[in-house]
Ligand binder design. Structure first.
Ligand SMILES: Cc1ncc(COP(=O)(O)O)c(C=O)c1O
Length: 399
């Protein structure tokens, strides 16, 4: 099957070679139609109107929640909170859960391969409350090293990525979650990169929290998800205050609303949620076995091409074991930004920089990497074009 044809951008820009889907994915027609369809014939606010148009919009918005809930196998749709993005979801947890339940000296365990979104909110909590941050290490091959000794009686929270946005590594989460739960710690899984490539099952993982952004999953920007178990959401105080998240408001106090509204203050991104539903329907229709077959074949093909170029150093697992279609690389003597510019002159979009993972760059003692990330619409021809370009860039810098 050729899924590329489902994405109108490739018809509108026939020369585009887009190898930056880990930054944001392109959008299929079905998602564009869903967003346009909402504004065209259903536009109204949710949870407020007593007229049919608003009831319809509310139903579509809540239907999107149900779709997300089954997509990640949540026990109940009210365990799905719509946010702006994964970053906001993590901030919500660090603020609402962290401020209420974590105290001076409590340990929060992160990993050295986390995105800044899963580090900075905890650094901020450290400044507010004096928690202690610890980090699981990464091997030189780019694999997560789970040292159970880092989980102690003081560990109260663990946050770990389900797929590194730099290395492509897919850590084995189960032993980490089991060990964290054994000492009563809660676990947040950052599924921002993984959600579009591998099946997410919050119940099988026994994750307490899980976050992702719609825009990396073929959905619009501005819509994100926070999953949390019902009992935790019930215990947590609200994050933002305002309309829609309350039960009653008086001049001197308020009472919060029921789940999930308690965590969704203000008018939500209704069209975004509806777009996210369309994106998930699209992914479900293809199915993860097919998605993985396509993406694994492309990843293996690219890794093979890289291995044939002795000057390319892959930063991350060099084989297919426990990795996704996100491949970082460096070339001695050529800055990643110069590489990305070279690619750009050929109409090839790749990402270069620290990828919001400065601690990981420091660990590998490199200033930056170039990164190619693949999705179901990419082709081997595009990889061939990228490799040809890389060879030209190398020759330019090494005449
Ligand atoms: C692993 C990971 N976590 C979190 C984020 C943050 O996502 P957003 O910028 O959509 O909030 C990203 C974005 O690149 C990511 O790759």
């Amino acid at each position: 099957m050729n899924y590329r044809q489902d994405f109108p951008i490739f018809k509108n820009r026939p020369d585009l070679i887009y190898l930056d889907s880990a930054a944001t994915s392109q959008k299929p027609q079905a998602v564009l139609d869903a967003v346009y369809g909402f504004y065209k014939s259903m536009n109204s606010n949710v949870h407020r109107g007593t007229y049919p148009l608003s009831e319809e919009a509310t139903e579509a918005y809540e239907d999107a929640r149900k779709t997300v809930s089954s997509f990640i196998n949540a026990a109940h749709p009210h365990e799905v909170i719509f946010t702006r993005n994964a970053t906001e979801s993590v901030n919500l947890v660090a603020r609402a859960y962290g401020d209420a339940f974590l105290n001076k000296g409590d340990e929060v365990l992160l990993t050295k391969m986390e995105h800044h979104s899963s580090i900075v909110p905890w650094l901020q909590l450290k400044d507010r409350k004096g928690i202690v941050l610890k980090y699981l290490d990464v091997s030189k091959e780019g694999r997560l090293i789970f040292d159970p000794k880092l989980i102690t009686a003081k560990t109260k929270f663990v946050s770990v990525t389900a797929m590194s946005n730099v290395l492509g590594t897919i850590p084995d989460l189960k032993p980490i979650i089991t060990a964290a739960h054994a000492v009563g710690a809660k676990v947040l899984v950052d599924a921002c990169q993984s959600a579009v490539h591998i099946k997410t099952d919050v119940q099988a993982l026994d994750a307490d929290f899980l976050v992702f952004s719609g825009h990396k999953l073929y959905a619009p920007t501005g819509i994100g998800v926070l999953y949390a178990k019902t009992d935790i959401l019930n215990q947590m105080p609200p994050f933002l205050g305002g309309g829609d998240m309350i039960h009653e408001v008086f001049l001197d106090h308020f009472t919060p609303g029921e789940l999930p509204n308690k965590f969704e203050a203000g008018t939500p991104h209704i069209a975004g949620a509806i777009g996210l539903k369309a994106a998930i329907d699209y992914v479900n229709k293809i199915g993860f076995p097919v998605i993985q077959k396509i993406e694994n074949e492309l990843t293996e093909y690219l890794l093979g091409k890289f291995k044939a170029l002795p000057y390319v150093r892959i930063i991350g697992p060099a084989d297919m074991m426990g990795r996704g279609p996100v491949i970082s690389f460096v070339i001695e003597g050529i800055h990643a930004h110069d590489m990305a510019e070279g690619f750009a002159t050929k109409g090839i979009c790749i990402r270069a920089g620290q990828h919001c993972a400065q601690p990981l760059m420091d660990y590998f003692e490199i200033p930056a990497t170039a990164r190619i990330s693949l999705a179901i619409y990419n082709t081997k021809d595009e990889i061939d074009a990228a490799i040809r370009t890389l060879e030209e860039i190398y020759k330019y810098f090494n005449p």
